[in-house]
Design a binder for this molecule. Structure first.
Ligand SMILES: *Cc1c(COP(=O)(O)O)cnc(C)c1O
Length: 413
């Protein structure tokens, strides 16, 4: 964190100062396997003379078994997985693709990568999709695909989304970059539509620096994605793969986009899959501690979560019922106590945080009044697994003091 422009420390002595971007160490078994791979020089997943059992093939098997899909293809990012999903579904340049208005820049980026035009669907107070707006745009936009982003782990009613997509013959793709290990109504996110996409970038639930996973039950999608991800003609080195005749349909007509996962990334990830249940427990404990600490802050509201949503929160979002100028004041008061909170209502895109108003390459959208109102008050705090209950109490204290100070300021500035 760049603290050169940080405001002076607050006089009340409250100080947090921990690095919220901290990551868990890579498991020792993964480090040992990565070292062995480096000693062998075998870092590419494919080999013309055979490649042994490549790590990504094992990872694909293990991850598909974990979420319960027929296929999994390991790629180099979730953004790549989403791009490949759109291509495999036949999205052509100029096509419209429905997507969430509350999402991260790689999502509209994947749509632009496919040459398509994003049509944004409104977001409501609990940070999920406005189903009525989805229904309306599904019926009127001409889009054939909905790329639903479970942004920051907030899961829209997936049974209702499925029903809308079915009614309008729209293929559902789930962006699960923040819902690995999460379930709706007992079923893994990423398995409700045609394709699910996950990230193993450092700030997600499992960490290989960069990486992505795509899951599907569809033979033709799996074959296309394997070819497009860059297997050349070595698709038989995938343990999970459709029958040879499916590849015959696609091998001459499918471009290679070079989006493979390396052996090294897969070796780092494999032992982390088994850690997901334990990480879920720890993240839920942190979320509950923070939610508890925020109850004493009258300006804060947390989203009401559906009983069917089994979420895995690697961050916490809350709405702060203050004006933009007051929220800026709030953020400064927090920063003066060593607590760096992010804001989706910010005027200028900063670090990882931006919103749809900053993506000027998007085609013109119908007004997104509800999303705008929600994002203007939406604050975001990453919650590394190293946070203790005492840390959470301290964060609550700081937020309370900062909110009270900000509320005492005139709303206009
Ligand atoms: C991080 C993220 C992505 C992109 O993942 P990469 O692996 O970095 O491409 C997509 N969607 C959401 C919601 C994310 O948070």
């Amino acid at each position: 964190m760049d603290t050169t422009n940080a405001p002076a420390r607050a006089a009340d002595g409250l100080w947090f100062g921990k690095d919220l971007s901290a990551s868990e160490p890579i498991p020792e078994t993964a480090i040992a396997q990565a070292l062995a791979l480096m000693r062998s020089g075998r870092l590419h997943r494919y080999g013309e003379q055979g490649a042994g059992t490549p790590e990504p093939s094992l990872l694909e098997q293990e991850y598909a078994a974990y979420v319960g899909t027929k296929y999994c293809v390991a790629v180099n990012s979730c953004g790549a997985a989403m791009f490949l999903a759109l291509k495999a579904l036949g999205v052509q340049p100029g096509d419209k693709v429905l997507t969430s208005s509350f999402t991260l820049a790689p999502v509209p980026g994947a749509i632009a990568h496919a040459g398509a035009s994003a049509v944004l669907v409104e977001t409501q107070d609990d940070y999920t999709t406005v189903l009525a707006d989805l229904e309306h745009k599904a019926a009127s936009s001409g889009a054939r695909v909905f790329l639903l982003s479970h942004m920051r782990g907030h899961i829209t009613d997936l049974r209702a989304v499925q029903a809308i997509c079915e009614r309008h013959h729209i293929a559902l793709v789930e962006d699960c970059a923040h819902t690995m290990g999460a379930r709706w109504d007992g079923q893994h996110t990423g398995t409700f539509g045609r394709i699910g996409c996950y990230s193993s970038q450092t700030y997600k639930h499992i960490n290989s620096g960069e990486g992505g996973l795509l899951v599907t039950d569809d033979d033709d999608i799996a074959a296309q994605v394997i070819l497009m991800s860059g297997c050349y003609m070595m698709y038989d080195q995938h343990m999970l793969r459709p029958p040879a005749e499916v590849f015959e349909r696609w091998r001459y007509v499918t471009p290679n986009f070079s989006m493979r996962m390396s052996n090294l990334a897969a070796a780092l990830l494999r032992p982390q899959i088994a850690l997901l249940p334990e990480r879920r427990q720890r993240w839920r404990r942190i979320y509950d501690d923070l939610a508890q600490a925020f109850t004493s802050v009258p300006q804060i509201s947390l989203p009401v979560r559906d009983a069917r949503e089994d979420f895995v929160p690697s961050s916490i979002q809350f709405s702060l019922d203050l004006s933009p100028a007051q929220i800026e004041h709030f953020l400064n008061e927090c920063a003066a106590r060593g607590l760096y909170i992010k804001w989706f209502g910010l005027r200028v895109p900063t670090a990882f945080t931006s919103h749809f108003g900053h993506w000027h390459y998007l085609p013109e959208q119908a007004p997104l009044k509800q999303s705008q109102r929600v994002l203007r008050q939406l604050l975001d705090l990453r919650t590394p697994l190293s946070l203790t209950s005492d840390d959470c109490r301290l964060i609550g204290q700081i937020v309370q003091v900062a909110a009270a100070a900000a509320a005492a300021h005139p709303p206009g500035g």
